[in-house]
Structures are given as structure tokens and as C-alpha cells.
Design a protein around this ligand. Structure first.
Ligand code: CO
Length: 210
């Protein structure tokens, strides 16, 4: 099929519905974006950022990748963070994982799927950091879900370790980094209490001299 007509039809009716409730919506949005949040989430089709928190276009700046990983050398993710923090001046960065994450499961089971294996090796690093605690859990689903949570907390730390975020704090910019996890089974978000609001809260090792 060369043209996905069904998707274009859905797009037309979606745009109509929005215009019915606010005729100026798209015109206003085309002038600027002023999102308060940067969302770093998993690519999983069941975890769509805007729908989960019921926000309209224009309200969340989004970066998604497999298993919501923030890698120190990933120019794609770092560019998103830099633009969101320096230019858009978002007030919150949300790292949102989800239970039953396929990427995390694949890393845990040491399955091989090709190129993605290299990406998922970062999840294995998280496993190694918490090996004792994780190995002590006999139930596989429980262990997977704890690793999903620990991965979010690790990625929150990685966001905070970037000079981008530390520079923003240093300059007095209001910026909070949050760690959340989503349950596909009931559609409910949980705050992992991994919230960081200043450089004082991060390990000395990663603190950048500015
Ligand atoms: Co996932």
C-alpha cells in the first residue's frame, strides 16, 4: 500500500475535532511552542507521552528511545535536552519508564536481536550496579519490574550529570528532574521519588566545575 488513507482520514477528523473546541488552536500553536515539560520515555507504542498525561500538542517536548536511556555520548538525546533546557526553558524533565519494558526484558534475558543489543548493554550496566538486590528476587516479573524502576532512577542521574542541566542550575534556572514509571496494565503513572532540583543532590563525582 503506497498511501495510508486511513491515517490521513483520521488526521482530518482529529484536526476538525480540535478546531471545533478551539478554532484558533493551530494558528496559535504555529506561532510558538512553549512547553513546560521535557519527556524522556520509551519508544513503546503503548506509552504515548501526551495521551498519558492528557496534554495537547505544544505542551510536552518529547524524546523517546528504546528503554528510555540517557547515554552520556548520545548526541540525539543530548541535543534534545540542550534545546529544551537552554532555548525552550522547560521547568521539568520527566524520565518515564514503564513496567514490562521489552527492551529491559531483552537485556535481562540476554536475548540477541541485532544492533539493539549494543544499546541494551547500558541496561546491563544498571543490572550490574544492583546485581545483589535483583538476583535476590526469584519472581521474574518482579525482578524485571524492579529493573525498570532502577533504570529510570539511573537515567534521572544521567540527566543530572550532563553539563547542560548543571549549567542551568548554576545560572539559577528553575529545573526539576523527575523519575516516573507507567503501568501499561492500568494506565496509571507512579512517581518514583527520584526527583532532583539542584546540583547539591548529585554525586560529587559528576559535579561539573562551572
Ligand atoms: Co519499553
Amino acid at each position: 500500500m503506497r498511501i495510508l488513507k486511513n491515517l490521513f482520514d483520521s488526521n482530518r477528523s482529529w484536526a476538525e475535532r480540535i478546531k471545533e473546541s478551539d478554532p484558533e488552536f493551530f494558528v496559535k500553536l504555529s506561532r510558538q511552542q512553549n512547553p513546560e515539560y521535557l519527556w524522556i520515555g520509551c519508544s513503546d507504542s503503548r506509552v504515548p507521552s501526551n495521551q498519558i498525561v492528557d496534554l495537547l500538542p505544544g505542551e510536552i517536548f518529547v524524546h523517546r528511545n528504546i528503554a528510555n536511556v540517557v547515554i552520556h555520548t548520545d548526541l540525539n538525546c543530548l541535543s534534545v535536552i540542550q534545546y529544551a533546557v537552554d532555548v525552550l526553558k522547560v521547568k521539568h524533565i520527566i524520565v518515564c519508564g514503564h513496567y514490562g519494558c521489552g527492551g529491559i526484558k531483552a537485556a535481562m534475558e540476554k536475548k540477541t536481536f541485532g544492533l539493539i543489543d549494543t544499546w541494551l548493554r547500558h541496561i546491563m550496566d544498571v543490572y550490574r550496579h544492583h546485581q545483589e538486590r535483583l538476583d535476590a528476587i526469584a519472581d521474574e516479573t518482579e525482578r524485571l519490574n524492579l529493573l525498570c524502576e532502577l533504570n529510570v532512577i539511573e537515567q534521572v542521574a544521567n540527566v543530572c550529570h550532563t553539563p547542560i542541566v548543571q549549567k542551568a542550575w548554576e545560572s539559577g534556572q528553575e529545573l526539576t528532574v523527575h523519575g516516573w514509571i507507567y503501568s501499561i496494565e492500568d494506565g496509571i503513572l507512579k512517581d518514583l521519588n527520584a526527583c532532583v532540583t539542584s546540583a547539591d543532590e548529585i554525586s560529587e563525582t559528576y559535579r561539573v566545575k562551572l
